[in-house]
Design a protein around this ligand. Structure first.
Ligand code: ADP
Ligand code: MG
Length: 411
């Protein structure tokens, strides 16, 4: 299919061409027509499949289709709620580039920065607002946001929103919008809780599901390294020296883990930057910029800080810690191999993480390729040596029975 077949205005098609998008992705092909037909839509498709444009383009088109020119200041007609500040900025940037040949305006509001400038921009009026839940509610309480003209309401990264505990905020926000509106929900996965949420919020939706595990499998190589916990840093340095090139994202479970690894890698001469929830917004933005323009070639991140962020041309992912939620693994490796490019994901598994690998492999419905040829393998549990002081030497015959029993207890 071609973009020209999607009933999009010439000004949007021009912007799409400037983005060098050749053809719509699968999710765009399937989601854009029903959204243009003003249907409620629920979409699940893996990270990196182009979901943002799948709602941004038809929203812009629907707003362009409005007949009457509007009085100033403009009222907010489309609201996109997304869980993190980084996502807000990214979605805003996407809307702005797709709308650059139109008069439609977009702004983003998110926490961690002062309220005043956001209020000023809102006063001037805007067509499309992208917001994190907390900041949106704050601004609304202060009378700085009017949601009564919303025609199209979008929940992006709904599963992450849920993980981050925004469910009540989302319900509140939805209730501040007019009842009659078009509602769209985008998510990488659709857990049961989202089904429940959407049933109350999104009436008679069209459900579009792009099979998640398979898209991952095609373009992303996945390798598994069993290693003791204490050797993971050495394993990481070894792979960086010998195997992995280019732009790399390393995922760690905790903020402390991120900081520690950043220190070690930079001591070893790597150009590293990092993001996690305890860093200020300005520092996080700078880290992402540095990584995008290659001032840093390695980005170390926690899941929440990194999820959904669109960083192009990532060559490799390292799962320094194995995520305990299998879907998180899919999200993480979705950072590489984006939009059809190939990528590779390295996972380091210590003994306490074996169970996580099992559930990930169940979700993928296949095993991850294990690499045993590296300097820091896990030592198999040693066979128990003869127990001293148990059986006397001259009762050899019966000894084996006794020690077998002992062995059982040891394993
Ligand atoms: P998702 O929300 O599904 O994780 P994004 O919307 O962030 O994915 O898109 C991932 C990347 O794919 C972005 O860099 C985006 O610019 C690019 N992209 C989107 N649509 C297309 C397309 N039709 N052709 C090529 N690249 C695309
Ligand atoms: Mg997205």
């Amino acid at each position: 299919m071609q973009f020209t077949e999607l009933q999009l205005n010439a000004s949007l098609l021009k912007a799409i061409a400037e983005e060098r998008f050749q053809t719509p992705t699968q999710v765009q092909e399937q989601a854009i027509p029903p959204i243009l037909a003003k249907k409620n839509v629920i979409v699940s498709a893996q990270t990196g499949t182009g979901k943002t444009a799948a709602f941004a383009l038809p929203i812009l088109q629907l707003l362009l289709d409005r007949l009457a020119p509007e009085k100033k200041p403009k009222r907010i007609k489309s609201l996109i709620v997304t869980p993190t500040r980084e996502l807000c900025l990214q979605i805003e940037a996407n809307f702005k580039s797709y709308a650059k040949h139109t008069d439609l305006t977009t702004t983003a509001v998110y926490g961690g920065v002062s309220l005043a400038p956001q209020k000023e921009i809102l006063k001037e009026g805007v067509d499309i607002l992208i917001a994190t839940p907390g900041r949106l509610i704050d601004l609304h309480k202060q009378g700085a946001i009017d949601l009564r003209a919303i025609e199209i309401f979008v929940l992006d990264e709904a599963d992450l929103m849920l993980d981050m505990g925004f469910i009540n905020d989302v319900t509140t926000i939805e209730s501040l919008c007019p009842r009659k509106k078009q509602s769209l929900l985008f998510s990488a996965t659709i857990p049961d809780k989202i089904v429940a949420l959407s049933e109350t919020m999104i009436k008679n939706p069209i459900i579009i599901k792009i099979n998640p595990a398979e898209t991952t499998a095609k373009t992303i190589g996945q390798l598994l390294y069993y290693s003791p916990k204490k050797n993971k840093t050495d394993l990481c340095l070894y792979l960086l020296r010998n195997t992995i090139n280019g732009k790399i994202i390393i995922f760690r479970r905790t903020r402390i883990g991120v900081d520690k690894l950043e220190e070690t890698l930079s001591k070893n001469g790597y150009k590293v930057t990092s993001i996690h929830g305890e860093k200020t917004q300005i520092i996080r933005n700078k880290a992402i910029e540095d990584f995008k323009n290659k001032k840093a070639t390695i980005l170390i991140a926690t899941d929440v800080a990194a999820r959904g962020i669109d960083i192009n041309n990532v060559d490799a992912i390292i799962n320094f810690d194995i995520p305990n939620i299998p879907e998180t693994y899919i999200h993480r490796i979705g950072r590489t191999g984006r939009a059809g490019k190939s990528g590779i994901a390295f996972s380091f598994c210590s003994p306490d993480e074996d169970a996580y690998i099992k559930t990930i492999e169940e979700l993928l419905q296949r095993p991850i390729k294990v690499i045993t040829d590296h300097p820091y393998p896990r030592v198999q549990p040693k066979k128990q040596k003869k127990q001293p002081n148990t059986i006397s030497k001259h009762k050899k015959g019966r000894k084996s029975e006794a020690s077998k029993k002992k062995k059982k207890r040891w394993y």
